[in-house]
Design a protein around this ligand. Structure first.
Ligand code: ACO
Length: 268
């Protein structure tokens, strides 16, 4: 699993592709506008370069030959023995048998306000699940601050399950939180198992090369997303799509942002 194919694709007027280094500034701006948490530049650099096992998908509006980032999802593939043990317990991933299995952790997901409520986040999540499965992840999980009702609805609609609510998980001092005087905020832990058929297809996909791309994607659309992404099938048919091997070689987790992100309290 040295590199994994990613697709360029269109849906409606929006174009989806993995993030690349030239997206750094737009990605950073979007995070500042959409999140109360301040992320370090090293996070954006790793995201756009696909380092530290981060994989991404961006949604772009194409106008006059220019593309504008309107949505994104960033996630990290991790081995379960790197995960927080309490998170694992909440997700039912107990026992050494899970230690060397993989999970995909959604780090950030956002859509610029003008483009919200058009299904872009749903598409990003569905596609991310597909990519995670292709990379061998058994579960996709994430934390979301409890007051973020839109995101909670979104994940529930995408068949994620809230398995725990973690007190004082976030430590936010950016001033962009609803109450600037309050630093500690609770988080929900959401998870979703990757359907076995998705995983199998992902493995076959990797072992047989990239040839049967269309067949694989047609059949391994995640269970939970099939209904949510009804209408996306023509988009996912990939006609005219390019196949890119854009995930770089696997690398060891870097100690900085991820140590913070995966520690019990995220800091702003
Ligand atoms: N016409 C009308 N409504 C639609 C359409 C459509 N074509 N497509 C989707 N919708 C509706 C959905 O049913 C949903 O309805 P709901 O609000 O009743 O639940 C709503 O639009 C949103 O669904 P999407 O369009 O798929 O989501 P969107 O692209 O608007 O993005 C998100 C949602 C990511 C939460 C966005 O509001 C956002 O960026 N918020 C700020 C950042 C944020 O909170 N990110 C998530 C944090 S958690 C984390 O990062 C791990």
């Amino acid at each position: 699993m040295e590199s994994v194919p990613v697709l360029d694709m269109h849906k409606g007027g929006v174009y989806y592709r993995p993030l690349q280094p030239s997206d750094f500034d737009e990605l950073k701006d979007a995070h500042v506008h959409l999140f109360p948490i301040d992320y370090e530049d090293s996070f954006f650099a790793k995201a756009v370069k696909g380092l530290s096992k981060i994989f991404t998908l961006g949604a772009f509006e194409l106008k006059g030959g220019n593309e504008t980032l309107v949505g994104f999802v960033t996630a990290r593939l991790m081995v379960m023995n790197e995960m927080d043990s309490k998170d694992r317990r909440h997700m039912g991933l107990i026992g050494d048998c899970w230690n060397l299995e993989h999970a995909a952790y959604i780090l950030t997901l956002g859509v610029s306000p003008k483009f919200q409520k058009q299904g872009i986040a749903t598409t990003l999540i569905c596609q991310l699940e597909q990519q995670a499965a292709t990379m061998g992840a058994r579960v996709v999980f994430l934390h979301v601050i409890t007051y973020n009702k839109a995101a909670v609805r979104l994940y529930k609609r995408c068949q994620f399950r809230c398995v725990a609510t973690l007190e004082d998980f976030y430590s936010i001092s950016s001033g962009r939180q609803p109450d600037p005087n309050r630093v500690k905020w609770d988080a929900h832990l959401f998870s979703k198992f990757v359907a076995v058929e998705v995983l199998e297809q992902g493995r076959n996909f990797l072992s047989e090369g990239f040839g049967p791309l269309r067949a694989a994607l047609d059949t391994c659309w995640p269970f939970g997303c099939r209904q949510q992404c009804a209408g996306a099938s023509s988009w996912i048919s990939l006609q005219g799509s390019r196949v890119l091997a854009s995930w770089g070689p696997r690398q060891h987790a870097s100690p900085d942002i991820f140590r913070r992100l995966f520690s019990r309290g995220k800091t702003s």
